[in-house]
Design a protein. Structure first.
Length: 87
């Protein structure tokens, strides 16, 4: 039976699956034998950081900054007892 990868493409189970099982069994696992091994986790982390680096470095849109300012002002107003919580 074929399985689907993250992109929805069919991957046949066979030699690749056997090789993955063999290499996974040889590597130490994080968290008591469940999940990905440390090397795989590090590789995924590096890839994610590289992929999202430009997004992280992008400036926060003015609209979001304005919304945060309004939220903070509302919270300060409530903390000072200036608002009725029912309305």
């Amino acid at each position: 039976m074929a399985s689907k990868d993250l992109h929805g493409q069919n991957n046949g189970e066979g030699k690749q699956a056997d090789m993955a099982k063999d290499s996974a069994a040889a590597k130490p696992r994080v968290g008591g034998g469940r999940g990905l091994d440390a090397r795989s986790q590090e590789a995924i982390g590096r890839s994610l950081k590289a992929h999202y680096e430009d997004l992280v470095r992008a400036p926060v849109p003015d609209k979001f900054l304005e919304m945060l300012d309004r939220l903070e002002a509302t919270e300060q107003f409530k903390l000072q007892g200036g608002a009725d919580e029912s309305g």
